[in-house]
Design a binder for this molecule. Sequence first.
Ligand code: ZN
Length: 101
Amino acid sequence: MVFVKKKSMSQSQKIGVNGINTKPYINKFKKNLHIKRKICKFCADKIVVDYKNISLLRTFMTEKGKIFSSRITGTCTKHQRKLTIAIKRARVLALLPFTNN
Ligand SMILES: [Zn+2]
């Protein structure tokens, strides 16, 4: 904690109680509060994750063969875990590529 000598009223208002600048500022995280939340495709359509359904699994992969994170696709934790296992299983069975080269 930093003790600040109060020179004048304006000075103390600027610096604040603990020496932290209490100037009003726009919270950059608050801006995105009203963005529509992504929904899990598997929960919404009640699709069972299957390693044989290659066309579906390909939508959750990049061109180079990487698996998209749930943050990008909006898949829930439960289904993301099943999805990664299914993709890895399909890779071993040579249904999906490990890399695209
Ligand atoms: Zn889900």
